[in-house]
Design a binder for this molecule. Structure first.
Ligand SMILES: Cc1cc2nc3c(=O)[nH]c(=O)nc-3n(C[C@H](O)[C@H](O)[C@H](O)COP(=O)(O)OP(=O)(O)OC[C@H]3O[C@@H](n4cnc5c(N)ncnc54)[C@H](O)[C@@H]3O)c2cc1C
Length: 393
């Protein structure tokens, strides 16, 4: 029997695993946590909307069959010649590999940015951001140093704006609990591009500005970060933003492990795949999610989003099962349903099937997408049990 190994249990990996599990095809999934976390909701955990357990599901709850094995390890490399994945705790031989280790932050060579900022990369880091902000605000009650109350977010794309949306809802409550005046807080998104949220229709962006600035945020576009030193963001033109909390949300790239393992990669480190999502360097390796350099029928690269990652996960599971059964594989074609950006718990902005939406409708659709995802992963069992937490019902 062929040995199948899946590395990474994010949106792509866990969806591939769920499909293979349902089909009763044996495999081993290697992930660095025993839970699958909802990356698209990490801004909620960082912004204090709910406790960490609301944003994860134990992988064992998704994989129910004895034919599925879970190993907790940190993957460090792939030896394609020996067909072995290397981890810190062991090596995992495979006949077929599904590679879905996702993304890491991209710092674009900005001096000191990586060393002197936090970023939302996983559930732990999201919780650390929330705790850090709380500690800074508590420190302010002791020494009244205004820097403790300044939060600088680098980047005003989806992650930066969604995080700001959470903060403008949460920080007033935090201030009230500590006896701090909300007027003394300074929260700014610093964006080098002339606009925010490039993936959202231009005519909707003023709504985002209005919603967030009314609640106390500053959105600074066309403002370039040149360097970050401890507690200080240095801007083009010489301005220094002294902030107790500095969070970078400005970009992602694929795990460097792909380039290090000799795969053909693009400038963001994603590995080239064919239409079946097999590596063009090795047809025993499928690559899915943000790690895959896949193009649509017009040669346009797919965006690094959870909805594409999930669909890729389902597709690689189908293609691997077909390959093992000697049946034809299918070409990957993503169905792009739109983009939704939450602006706190109640409203949002984006598009659904190409139709621009904003306000409570967008907020509700974003909430609904959480249940839909759990349903796809584990049917009524997960959507019912976990849905209550993630929707905070
Ligand atoms: C705050 C935020 C909001 C977002 N909002 C949206 C949204 O609204 N809609 C949308 O479509 N997309 C959104 N995205 C993008 C989306 O989350 C990613 O495109 C998606 O997570 C990619 O899925 P993936 O399976 O490739 O990787 P991931 O989901 O990142 O999964 C990778 C998995 O591999 C594990 N892993 C990583 N390295 C190792 C290692 N060395 N060893 C073992 N395991 C490892 C990780 O723990 C994780 O379980 C958002 C991203 C962020 C950060």
């Amino acid at each position: 029997m062929s040995k199948i190994v899946i590395v990474g249990a994010g949106y792509a990996g866990v969806m591939a695993a769920a499909h293979l599990d349902r089909a009763g095809i044996p495999f081993t999934v290697v992930n660095n946590h025993d839970y699958h976390y909802f990356t698209t909701l990490l801004h909620e955990a960082a912004g204090g909307r709910g406790p960490a357990e609301n944003y994860q599901v134990p992988i064992k709850e998704v994989l129910r069959k004895d034919t599925s094995e879970l190993v907790i390890d940190e993957i460090t490399g792939v030896d394609r010649e020996k067909k072995v994945v290397k981890g810190k705790a062991g090596e995992y031989a495979y006949d077929y590999l599904i590679y879905s280790l996702g993304w890491i932050s991209e710092y674009f060579g900005i001096k000191g940015l990586k060393e002197n900022s936090m970023s939302i990369t996983n559930l732990d880091s999201a919780v650390q951001i929330r705790q850090h902000i709380e500690n800074e605000f508590k420190a302010y009650t002791q020494d009244h140093d205004p820097r403790h109350l300044r939060i600088a977010l680098g980047g005003a794309g989806l992650t930066g704006i969604e995080l700001m949306g959470e903060l403008v809802d949460y920080i007033p409550t935090l201030c009230a609990s500590l006896g701090i005046s909300y007027n003394d807080v300074d929260m700014q998104c610093i964006e080098a591009m002339p606009t925010i949220l490039p993936m959202v229709a231009e005519h909707l962006r003023p709504y985002v500005f209005e919603t967030l600035t009314k609640k106390g945020a500053r959105l600074r576009t066309g403002t370039k970060i040149m360097e970050v030193t401890p507690g200080v963001v240095h801007l083009d033109g010489g301005e220094k933003v002294e902030a107790g909390t500095i969070v970078w949300t400005g970009g992602v790239r694929a795990n460097p492990l792909l380039a290090d393992s000799g795969f053909t990669v693009d400038r963001r480190g994603k590995a080239k795949v064919n239409s079946f999502l097999q590596s063009t360097d090795d047809d025993h390796i499928f690559i899915a999610g943000d790690s895959a350099w896949a193009e649509d029928e017009n040669g346009k690269p797919y965006p690094p989003t959870a909805q594409v990652a999930e669909q890729m996960g389902a597709c690689v599971a189908h293609n691997l099962a077909a390959l093992l059964a000697g049946k034809p594989m299918k070409n990957f074609k993503a169905s792009l349903k739109g983009t939704l950006c939450s602006l706190g718990a109640e409203v949002g902005v984006g598009d659904a099937f190409g139709i621009p939406i904003k306000g409570a409708t967008a907020g509700l659709m974003k909430e609904g997408s959480k249940i839909k995802y759990l349903w796809e992963l584990g049917g009524v069992r997960l959507a019912g049990d976990r849905g209550k937490n993630v929707m905070q019902l």
